[in-house]
Structure formats: structure tokens, C-alpha cells
Write a protein that binds this ligand. Structure first.
Ligand code: URA
Length: 284
């Protein structure tokens, strides 16, 4: 029996799925019908404009552990140009104030994301607030408005922080690892992260927050330089060492975009918020 033809609603759903995965550009003049190619030719053909969704895989059995796992090391960064990271680092090191840093980032041309973004998204809130939040990267709303966390996940972030008495007007300062929106909100590459992280590390040095909050796995892994996932990291205090040896208590927590998709995890985030509030009281 012939498969029914895909409806335009199905096709729109597939396209939406591609865009959500970050595939929002075509790279060939003509589409390739991979179903019409012989298997060998299909494997050898250049990348199609869009990739097919991955086939469902049966869950693998849990690993058997005989000893406590060693902390996972972050894999080496496959740098497109190590020189660009060095340039970013040198530029960042030369910034004595947050205003200098913002100007340096705005004038930095080494990150290709800048070419597709509408705006550079630096930070929001008050830099002398006790808490500094670092997220992943601007989304469409942030790119349009030039401010971090202003879309739906930003609104949830504001409500969560407000629940422990912190607002952007003096309670927390907020930024991202990336200053430019990755096309289609794809996960930033390690090379893009390394370049922007040079600025973010300087940003943390200049702000010197009492408490650092890392929202989501990308920010937590990058700032803490670990391969551990957010499921293991969240809810446990880590420490971020500034260049003068000061240790900043650091809380990795779920990204609000994840909480919007998985509301049941809000309970754990609430525990993280309570821990942050308690830490601030201890430090006051
Ligand atoms: N998600 C982020 O990580 N940062 C933003 O600014 C917006 C959404």
C-alpha cells in the first residue's frame, strides 16, 4: 500500500522541527531527493540542505560502576582559529572597566555569529548587584531588542529571582556566554563558546559578584570547564576562582527554557533558589 502523501501541515511541522534544531539555512541550489539515490551514492553525496530526524534508538542499559566516577574532563576545543581566541583574551584582559569590556565586545569581529545577528547582546541589570547570572546565548527576542533574557524564558527567570527578592533593579545582573544569537538558536559550537568565554571570564572578574548563577548546561560546562552535565551539576555549590584568588560561590541551575518544557523540574530549581537566598544571607 502506498504511503499517504504528506500534508502541508506535516511538512510545516517537519520544517519547524528543522528550525528548532538550528537548521534554518539552505546550502544547496537544488534539493536532493535522498530517497531516490542508491544507498552508496546517498552516503557519498554532499550534505543535503537539511538532515533527516535521527532514528529512535532503544535506550542503552545503565553503566555498571565499580568505583566513584572521576570528574569528567571537557574535551579539547576544536578551534577554528586559536588565534581568534587569543585575540579575544588579549582584548578582554586590556579592559579595566565594564564599559571598556562592552565596547571591546561590540568592536570584536572575530566571531562569525556577529554577521548573522541583528544586535550585540551584552548585559542587563545592575553590575554591583550581589548576584550575577550567566546564561547561554541570546534568542530571537534578545537579538531583536539587544538585551539578554527578555523573551519568555527571561520572564520566567525574572519571576524566579523575584521569588527570592531579587530584581534587575539592584538584585541581579545578567549576561550570556555568547553575545550574538546563533542562527536558529542552535547550540553554540565549542569554538564560538571559547571565543566569547574569554570576554565572559573578564566580565565576571570585573563584576566580582557575591554569588554566580549559571543557567543551563552550556553556561555551567563552559564557565566551570567541565564535561559534567547540568543534571549532575545543578543544586551543588561550585566555586569560581577570580585571578586574585577570591572564590565566588557558584550555583549551576536549570535554564528557564528547560523549565518551560519540563515544568516538573521547577521544584528542583526552587531548591536552588532557596540555596542562593540562604548563601546571600550568610554572606551579608
Ligand atoms: N536564553 C539564554 O540563555 N539567554 C538569553 O538571553 C535568552 C534566552
Amino acid at each position: 500500500m502506498d504511503a499517504p502523501a504528506a500534508s502541508s501541515r506535516d511538512l510545516a511541522a517537519v520544517l519547524r522541527w528543522y528550525v528548532e534544531q538550528g537548521l534554518d539555512e539552505t546550502i544547496g541550489e537544488e534539493p536532493i531527493d535522498r530517497f531516490a539515490l542508491p544507498a552508496a551514492a546517498s552516503a557519498a553525496a554532499p550534505m543535503a540542505a537539511v538532515a533527516a530526524p535521527p532514528p529512535a534508538r532503544p535506550p542503552s542499559p545503565p553503566p555498571v560502576r565499580t568505583s566513584p566516577p572521576a570528574p569528567a574532563a571537557r574535551p579539547p576545543v576544536p578551534l577554528e582559529s586559536p588565534q581568534l581566541v587569543e585575540d579575544a583574551r588579549a582584548l578582554a584582559e586590556g579592559c579595566a572597566t565594564i564599559a571598556d569590556l562592552e565596547a571591546a565586545i561590540r568592536s570584536f569581529e572575530g566571531c562569525a555569529l556577529k554577521r548573522t545577528a541583528k544586535n550585540t547582546v551584552f548585559a542587563d541589570g545592575t553590575p554591583d548587584a550581589p548576584v550575577m547570572v550567566v546564561g547561554e546565548a541570546p534568542g530571537a527576542d534578545e537579538d531583536r531588542l539587544g538585551k539578554p533574557f527578555v523573551g519568555v524564558s527571561g520572564q520566567l527567570m525574572d519571576r524566579m529571582m523575584e521569588a527570592i527578592g531579587l530584581t534587575r533593579a539592584g538584585g541581579f545582573y545578567i549576561t550570556n556566554i555568547l553575545f550574538w544569537r546563533p542562527p536558529g538558536n542552535r547550540t553554540p559550537t565549542l569554538a564560538e563558546q571559547a571565543m566569547c568565554l574569554a570576554f565572559t571570564r573578564r566580565h565576571i572578574e570585573l563584576v566580582r559578584p557575591k554569588v554566580l548563577v549559571l543557567a543551563g548546561g552550556v553556561a555551567a560546562k563552559a564557565v566551570l570547564d567541565t564535561a559534567e552535565g547540568i543534571m549532575r551539576l545543578r543544586g551543588k555549590w561550585a566555586s569560581y576562582r577570580l585571578s586574585d584568588g577570591t572564590e565566588v560561590p557558584t550555583m549551576p541551575t536549570f535554564h528557564p527554557a528547560y523549565l518551560l518544557r519540563t515544568p516538573a523540574s521547577k521544584r528542583q530549581s526552587w531548591m536552588d533558589l532557596l540555596a542562593i537566598s540562604k548563601k546571600l544571607k550568610e554572606l551579608a
